[in-house]
Design a protein around this ligand. Structure first.
Ligand code: ADP
Ligand code: ZN
Ligand code: MG
Length: 506
């Protein structure tokens, strides 16, 4: 029998706020232990939480970006648990009245999927996204343990998906798309290295083609997308093996051992925690007002996938080009400022993606690299390979790039001469036409001048000329090459070819 996987993810994302969720301590990474703490985030008796309004706004904004509904009333609850990293002995979270519900993420993914969205692409529905607070970090030394509370009280958004994910690869694609939206929306930097995204993975298997859900197994606290994928690959194979051997699976929680590459059981359903949720009496229920929601709505950005599709549609760009402009937003904006004025937006895109991007990526003093920078993997870069600062520091105005492309299109510059002009322009900020003048790079398209050059070449090389007349058409390339050489590469090659052919035929 064939089995299929059913996967739902609970993704915890650190919100990009200056201060923590309930106090004024900095939301920052890397400070010495317990230097970003106060009575509130240390859970000292009598300390009272005050909600961070920016965290509330970022939560609502996430809801809008994920096509969620924002319920008129939301609330904070206490989730009881006793552990050294949680000094209050409860975590403030949202239980039955979360801030956002019922959304979806639609994304590009080529493998099989359970559901498709409005664009016809794979879709994962979002059950809810709720606000909660992070806890401290336990540290274990040789003879003792400690807790660093710098992270306690940092705002977290937990984004819960429906069990719509069909495979480990699709889980990876979903997380990548989700991260892209959150980074683009300014919700979170999603820096994996700093632990800003952590996932609980729920997975079951069932006979392929059936609809009932199998026993859910949860794998806790994965901190990389590739870890999610590997844990799922292992766990799905394990579950299928149990069923094939005639065994049964029970709802349980497991942990992923990244070094050994296996999951191991932590607890079964019988041992599940009773969190004793109840409304937090220290915090007022939330009832977002229309004006407040409008202000959040004004921060909605175009979704990365929409941007990519629009670049393909409006400018006729291939998917690969549009993908780069989706990921590197400032570079895409740079392109968009010029594209409506370009005769061939694709030609402009080539200059930006090949020449300009290579120079932006190269150290300032280096010459012209001939390969563009490789794309950074979505997982390791905090921000997309962002060129905002480099673009702002350019010596030439964007219009000069347009002028350069036009010089090539009108035949004034050969493509190799255009490369030289580009590097000059990049280094000096001088206008392309001025550089062409100064370096004498204009292509010779003057017919009379080219005629003379061609006559000279034909006279100097009677052999190849005769070959051509005898039917060896390849000889034309040699003759054309001689014209280019004689003109020191300034002849318009297409025009030179035409003149030579005409002369050889007559
Ligand atoms: P719990 O009540 O244990 O928190 P939920 O039903 O709220 O469980 O689901 C938690 C997560 O598990 C969600 O992401 C959901 O999509 C996923 N999930 C639920 N049931 C299954 C299942 N049978 N197989 C895989 N994932 C599941
Ligand atoms: Zn504090
Ligand atoms: Mg639940």
């Amino acid at each position: 029998m064939d089995y299929e996987a059913v996967i739902g993810l609970e993704t915890h994302v650190q919100l990009k706020t200056r201060s923590k969720m309930w106090c004024g301590c900095a939301n920052a990474f890397g400070a010495p232990p317990n230097t970003l703490v106060c009575p509130v985030c240390l859970g000292l008796p009598g300390a009272l939480p005050v909600p961070n309004e920016e965290a509330l706004r970022l939560t609502a904004l996430t809801g809008l970006l994920l096509h969620c509904t924002l319920p008129p009333r939301a609330r904070f609850d206490r989730k009881s648990y006793f552990y050294p990293d949680m000094p209050k002995n409860y975590q403030i979270t949202q239980y039955d009245l979360p801030s956002t519900v019922n959304g979806y993420v639609e994304f590009e993914y080529a493998g099989p999927c359970h559901r498709r969205g409005p664009l016809g692409l794979p879709m994962v529905r979002i059950t809810r996204a709720h606000l909660e607070e992070d806890v401290g970090k336990s540290l274990h030394f040789e003879r003792h343990s400690g807790v660093d509370f710098n992270r306690a009280g940092v705002p977290l958004l937990e984004i819960v998906s429906e069990p719509d994910i069909a495979s480990p690869d699709m889980a990876y694609a979903y997380l990548t798309a989700l991260k892209e939206i959150l980074v683009r929306g300014g919700i979170s930097d999603c820096d994996m290295e700093k632990g800003m995204v952590r996932c609980d993975v729920n997975v079951s298997v069932r006979p392929a083609g059936t609809t009932a859900l199998g026993a859910k197994i949860e794998i806790k606290n994965l901190n990389s997308f590739s870890g999610v994928r590997r844990a799922l690959e292992y766990e799905i194979a394990r579950q299928v093996e149990v069923l094939r051997a005639g065994g049964t699976l029970h709802q349980s929680t497991r942990r992923w051992d990244d070094t050994a590459g296996v999951t191991e059981e932590m607890r079964t359903k019988e041992e599940a925690h009773d969190y004793r949720y109840f409304p937090d009496p220290d915090l007022m229920p939330l009832a977002p007002e229309p004006a407040w929601l409008e202000a959040v709505r004004a921060r909605v950005v175009e979704l990365p996938l929409d941007r990519k599709r629009r670049f393909m549609r409006d400018y006729g760009l291939p998917a690969g080009d549009a993908e780069v402009f989706k990921h590197d937003v400032p570079l895409g904006d740079y392109f968009e400022r010029l594209a409506p004025r370009a005769r061939h937006p694709k030609a402009l895109a080539n200059w930006i993606l090949n020449n300009l991007r290579a120079r932006l990526a190269a150290p300032a003093t280096a010459g012209a690299p001939d390969t563009p920078a490789p794309d950074a993997s979505p997982e390791t870069t905090a921000r997309p390979a962002d060129s905002a600062a480099a673009l702002a520091a350019l010596k030439f105005p964007p219009e000069h790039l347009l002028e350069l492309v036009a010089l090539v299109e009108e035949g004034t510059l050969s493509s190799s001469a255009a490369q030289r002009v580009f590097h000059e322009m990049f280094d000096t900020g001088q206008a392309p036409r001025a550089i062409v003048e100064r370096l004498g790079l204009a292509q010779v398209s003057d017919t009379a001048a080219l005629e003379a050059l061609c006559d000279q070449v034909l006279a100097a090389h009677p052999g190849p000329a005769a070959d051509y007349r005898a039917g060896k058409t390849a000889a034309l390339n040699f003759l054309k090459g001689q014209v280019m050489k004689l003109s020191r590469s300034k002849a318009n090659p297409a025009l030179a070819g035409e003149i030579l052919e005409r002369k050889l035929r007559s």
